[in-house]
Design a protein. Structure first.
Ligand SMILES: Cc1ncc(COP(=O)(O)O)c(C=O)c1O
Length: 453
């Protein structure tokens, strides 16, 4: 049966109400409450939020301090147009982030979603070049198997084709290079003898396209949604920085998923001892309490704009939103006061060891990789050959469903090998306890055993 026939034969579901929900193939349970690492639905069923939704919730659900900060901010001054006033909450959050960001990433611009932050970053890179007199630089290079969001600009930058197929005629064409995905190297090579062929591909594509046309290279510091917490080799990003410098190409690191302490460092690029030109944040920036994202940029680039045209040609009614920033600031203070990022670094080792000890021996677990509280479990049909399961078997979806039924929420990733391939992402809130980590890993193990036997 082909795809179209498959779709036609699907049972059509009645969806009550007026909401256009995210899923049209199932009636979702209604969430009633969420506290700490647990969510409860209206049928009193409890779920461990072991992926913080879509790798978002970091300090845990239902934080009173954040609720109070938001409440106070609304009563004090709720909406203020960002071209008319600045606000203390936005100023203070920017300063807090700048203090944590290594290098001279000193200026932060707040928006609402990760896709939006990436689009703004892509535009900013282009404008920096224009103001420096390099008007021919406009093209973007991204990576295959990357995820940058679903709005048109971010979708065009993204390298995951399945999200793009319907919309291809609407998308600007960008250039893409292979991802540093050692488990399935696009060149069939092995690290370190590969001599980072996948990083050198950036130099090659820039040379081929003509470096005077290339504005920016965008990449997730540690790729998440598409290849499940795949850590690049140690020198990969250093090589990328050198290539970008040599061609005057702006490096945008997307830390929407992997930033804000998720990997045991405030910024994931800290692990690699490099500084991008622009970094984007989202998801964990306000821990899911508020829709808040940001880009951070080097002071020198900020000055280029300030001292030339004097305005970044961008904006947004809800940019620099004081209530969202108040939520972000309260969350930041929690992460700092409770030393949660340091905790992720420590406990992340325990989570990694548990996953490797209990899951890696299973026949269908091909690889376990990650850092901090950001781990990927890649599922394979054949461990030796790394052969994936066919997409049509919905392996990740089915294991995910089973875990959901058992009350464990994880995140899934598919299309790791062409359209085939499956993985789960484990990314719990930073407050999870050791016994809960153990319970979670045991639950995943029994779901695998039940599913494959
Ligand atoms: C790395 C990365 N960038 C950008 C986005 C898009 O963020 P949003 O869904 O908030 O637009 C995501 C979302 O999963 C992401 O993982």
């Amino acid at each position: 049966m082909n795809n179209v026939e498959e779709q036609k034969n699907k049972k059509i579901l009645e969806i009550p109400g007026n909401l256009f929900p995210r899923r049209l193939d199932t009636c979702l349970p209604v969430a009633k409450s969420a506290h700490g690492i647990f969510i409860e639905d209206e049928n009193q069923k409890k779920y461990m939020d072991a992926s913080g939704g879509a790798v978002v919730v970091n300090a845990g659900h239902g934080r009173e301090k954040i609720a109070k900060a938001i409440y106070d901010q609304i009563l004090s001054h709720d909406y203020i147009h960002p071209t008319m006033f600045t606000t203390r909450s936005a100023e203070m959050l920017a300063t807090a982030l700048a203090k944590k960001a290594p290098g001279d990433i000193n200026r932060f611009y707040f928006l609402s979603g990760g896709s939006e932050a990436n689009e703004a970053a892509i535009k900013l890179a282009r404008q920096i070049h224009i103001e420096n007199g390099n008007e021919t630089k406009y093209r973007l290079v991204g990576r295959w198997k990357s995820y940058h969001g679903l709005t048109l600009g971010s979708l065009a930058a993204m390298g995951r084709t399945s999200f793009k197929t319907y919309f291809t005629p609407l998308l600007k064409e960008n250039l893409h290079i292979p991802a540093p995905y050692c488990y399935r190297c696009s060149y069939g090579l092995e690290y370190p003898s590969c001599r980072l062929r996948c990083a050198l591909a950036l130099d090659e594509i820039i040379e081929n396209a003509g470096s005077k046309t290339i504005s920016a290279f965008i990449a997730e510091t540690i790729p998440g949604a598409t290849i499940a917490a795949c850590i690049p080799p140690k020198e990969y990003l250093n090589t990328i920085v050198e290539i970008c410098h040599s061609h005057n190409v702006i490096l945008i690191l997307d830390e929407v998923m992997c930033g804000m302490g998720r990997t045991g460092e405030w910024f994931a690029y800290n692990h690699f001892d490099i500084i991008p030109d622009i970094v984007t944040l989202g998801k964990g920036l306000a821990g899911g309490v508020m829709p808040l994202s940001a880009f951070g940029v080097k002071e020198a680039h900020f000055n280029t704009i300030k001292n030339n045209s004097g305005a970044f040609v961008h904006g947004g009614t809800f940019s620099h939103h004081p209530v969202a920033a108040a939520g972000g600031l309260a969350l930041f203070e929690i992460l700092e006061q409770e030393k949660l990022v340091q905790r992720v670094k420590r406990k992340g080792k325990i989570l990694g060891e548990l996953l490797k000890k209990h899951l890696l021996p299973l026949t269908q677990v091909g690889d376990i990789r990650g850092k901090g509280f950001f781990w990927g479990i890649e599922i394979v049909k054949d461990k030796k050959t790394k052969m994936p399961f066919k997409h049509s078997l919905n392996i990740a979806e089915n294991i995910w469903k089973d875990l959901f039924q058992k009350g464990y929420l994880v995140y899934k990733s598919t299309g790791l090998a062409g359209i085939d391939g499956d993985a789960l992402i484990i990314a719990p809130p930073y407050i999870i306890e050791d016994e809960e980590l153990e319970m979670l890993v045991q639950a995943i193990k029994s779901a695998f055993i039940k599913f494959f036997n």
